[in-house]
Write a protein that binds this ligand. Structure first.
Ligand code: HPA
Length: 274
């Protein structure tokens, strides 16, 4: 019998269960506590977590796609922190602009939930709207506006979105660096950067940060009951705020320059997470 799209093999939630089982086998760990996505500029944090107990090629796991964006990695790595916490770095992220579908975008989050993860740290490189911000500055995400016109939820899934980004976890980040500012993240579909008019719209709506990744992941995390901490590296001032045109090379360069400081910040925050 031909496999239909309704078969469990194509069901995103059963693919996440399968991948979680494969990760349990590869790591020998039944439960992970914290999962982290490392966006542009945040990759250096992994070195602070010590030697990984396992590095898994995402291409060998159910439901994952090898990342095709320069600067984004294609592996999942498992670490144990000195405080005993098991953490999983979700390196193989898909973005909506890759046209793999929204289920592929949130697959790593669903896999983490199936591994017992209760706390998800989402990091990204993004454009800054607040004129006082400088490229290379990390900021805390306080809330989001989802302008992708899609959602990972299906059917009548009326989940509460009053506090997507946990107040408690934001306070942990502030305890590490009280100077961190925060802002509302506006997710566009991409892959083109925004026009100055779109950035003005985002600002008029109450947005402070523009990006292409985090809101959909956060929605899936909240559906699964995970607490979310969101951190953005402002890699550039958003279009129209920046006096110069935007480029992916500039975004990567800002990430490389900030990497040491961000690595220290993120690893300290993670070591203090409840
Ligand atoms: N807009 C959207 N996504 C981004 C940006 C931006 O200005 N910079 C890095 N990612």
């Amino acid at each position: 019998m031909a496999t239909s799209v309704d078969s469990p093999a194509f069901n995103p939630k059963s693919l996440a269960i399968q991948a979680a089982e494969q990760i349990r086998e590869a790591t020998g760990v039944e439960t992970h506590d914290i999962a982290i996505t490392l966006g542009s500029g945040w990759g250096g944090a992994a070195k602070h977590f010590g030697e990984p107990r396992a590095v898994i090629d995402a291409g060998n796991l159910a439901g994952f796609h090898r990342s095709e964006v320069v600067g984004h990695s294609g592996t999942l790595s498992s670490y144990q922190l000195p405080n005993g916490r098991n953490i999983l770095i979700l390196g193989a992220r898909a973005h909506l602009y890759q046209d793999l579908g929204v289920d592929a975008v949130v697959h790593p989050v669903r896999v983490a939930a199936n591994l017992g993860v209760k706390t998800l740290v989402l990091t990204n490189g993004a454009g800054g709207i607040k004129p006082t911000w400088k490229p290379g500055q990390p900021v805390i995400i306080s809330d989001h506006i989802n302008l992708t016109a899609t959602t990972p939820l299906r059917g009548a899934t009326f989940i509460d979105m009053s506090e997507v980004y946990s107040r408690e976890l934001r306070d942990v980040a502030l305890s590490v660096d009280p100077t961190l500012d925060d802002g509302v993240y506006v997710q566009f579909r991409g892959p083109q950067y925004e026009t100055p008019a779109e950035v003005r719209m985002a600002r008029a709506m109450g947005g402070d940060i523009v990006g292409m990744s985090t809101a959909l992941e956060a929605i899936a995390a909240r559906e699964a009951g995970l607490k979310v901490l969101g951190l953005s590296l402002i890699t550039n001032l958003a279009a129209g705020i920046s006096p110069t045109p935007l480029s992916h090379a500039e975004v990567l360069e800002a990430g490389r320059e900030a990497e040491g400081r961000l690595a220290e910040l993120l690893s300290t925050i993670v070591s203090r997470l409840p």
